[in-house]
Ligand binder design. Structure first.
Ligand code: SF4
Length: 421
């Protein structure tokens, strides 16, 4: 059968879509299967899932439409009503082949438990040159606004040696960079023998030659001294961390159930920026959480202004049914939320420019990812997007480039002759 995947949501979902493609690569039979890997993080993500399934149903009336993932776990009935033939929860995601086969052969399928992460593997990433490598799933922090921890199952970590074998495979497939991802990487290792730390995992991955390693989103409690010291000494670890802040106000953080204070965030991210050469960072911020007054918002603003993220993702609080925050009083009016989003977006743009200006004249090493209008573009080690004109190099090459100009959302540079830089 011809299998087409459609992915919404985070890097973990993208990794799992690759796993699904590999698991369904030789599914016997004729016809088409559309697998929609859904997300439940916001109401908007859930709406997109329903809309996509309705569209696929309309456009491919004879295809088998399978919904999997977080929204499929959270609200299966909604997705069936939208037109999905089969809804597969996160618990059975790694066994999707057995579930689909049982559906097609009408033999019935009994849901099992979550498979250990050691059994979730991919051999390459057919959609991204910077391949995702999932090493962790589940979260026990239970933030009051979050649906994810409710639908992702128990904490599961991939043992370092297993992750290294997978990384060797991805490197052999030609990926120059691996992006290590999980649902809450700060909890990596808590559930497996010996309780390896995230730094232990990275040391193991660094044994794979020929690739550089990037961490995807990491909560502040995961930015430990051990981790920062490793980043400071190891040039193959990309010096960029995406550290969700959510709020710079301690009262709001505590109502969110986030296990850190604004001062701890400042200290940990500040140390990373100070100790690691060429380091930059990104942050997520949620505005308009119940009880966020003007003073609380100003504290968030000031903290961001002080730390200067390269990237800022701003989300207005959206109430998710089934989460504690959905019942919290002191709602922020929509117009105030919109204004706060606008103010932070403006701040984010100006801070990003200032961070990038700091690197003018310096040499960074972007991966060539996509080509348009005669220019290559790609992410440098510290996540600055660099554009350059270069002939004779292919996608996935990492090149030394001296930055010459800062544009709206990226920088322009010229290739250095000295390839050893
Ligand atoms: S840390 Fe909080 S926001 Fe992140 S997955 Fe866990 S509960 Fe959700």
């Amino acid at each position: 059968m011809r299998v087409i995947t459609h992915t919404l949501g985070c890097r973990v979902n993208h990794y799992e879509s690759q796993m699904i493609r590999e698991r369904l690569s030789d599914l016997p039979g004729t016809g088409e299967v559309h697998v929609v890997n859904t997300c439940a993080v916001t109401s908007l993500a859930a709406r997109k899932g329903r809309k996509l399934i309705r569209k696929l149903r309309r456009e491919h009336p004879r295809a088998l439409i399978v919904a999997v993932g977080c929204q499929a776990t959270d609200s299966p009935e909604e997705l069936r009503a939208a037109g999905a033939d089969l809804v597969v929860s996160n618990r059975d995601k790694a066994r999707i082949r057995e579930v689909i086969s049982a559906y097609l052969e009408r033999t019935g399928y009994r849901s099992g438990g979550y498979v250990p992460l050691a059994e979730e593997r991919i051999s390459r990433d057919t959609e991204q040159i910077r391949a995702n490598l999932k090493v962790q799933d589940g979260c026990s922090v239970a933030c009051t606004f979050c649906k994810t921890w409710q639908v992702r199952g128990p904490l599961r970590s991939k043992p370092p040696a297993v992750a290294r074998e997978e990384a060797e495979c991805l490197a052999a497939a030609g990926h120059p960079e691996l992006v290590v991802c999980g649902i809450n990487l700060a909890q990596y290792g808590e559930d497996i023998p010996g309780r390896p730390t995230l730094a232990d995992l990275l040391r193991e991955l660094l044994r794979v030659p020929g690739v550089r390693i990037r961490l995807s989103s990491l909560n502040p409690e995961g930015v430990t001294e051990e981790l920062v010291a490793l980043f400071a000494e190891e040039p193959r670890l990309c010096p960029y961390l995406h550290v969700p802040l959510q709020s710079g106000d301690d009262r709001v953080l505590s109502r969110m159930g986030r296990p850190y204070t604004a001062a701890e965030y400042r200290e940990r991210v500040g140390k990373f920026l100070e100790d690691v050469p060429k380091a930059t960072f990104g942050a997520d911020v949620m505005v308009g959480f119940p009880g966020e007054d003007e003073a609380a918002f100003r504290r968030t603003y000031k903290l961001l202004e002080e730390l200067k993220p390269l990237r800022l993702h701003i989300f207005p609080f959206s109430s998710r049914p089934g989460t504690p925050a959905a019942a919290f009083p002191d709602r922020t009016p929509s117009a105030v939320k919109r204004e706060r989003v606008r103010v932070l977006e403006e701040l984010g743009r100006s801070l990003s420019r200032r961070v990038r200006e700091k690197f003018l004249g310096q040499v960074l090493r972007p991966v060539l990812e996509e080509r348009a209008d005669g220019m290559w573009r790609g992410h440098a080690e510290n996540y600055i997007i660099v554009a350059l004109s270069s002939a004779g190099h292919g996608r996935g090459t990492i090149l030394p480039v001296r930055l010459t100009e800062v544009r709206e959302s990226f920088c322009v540079g010229v290739m250095e002759d000295n390839q050893d830089l």
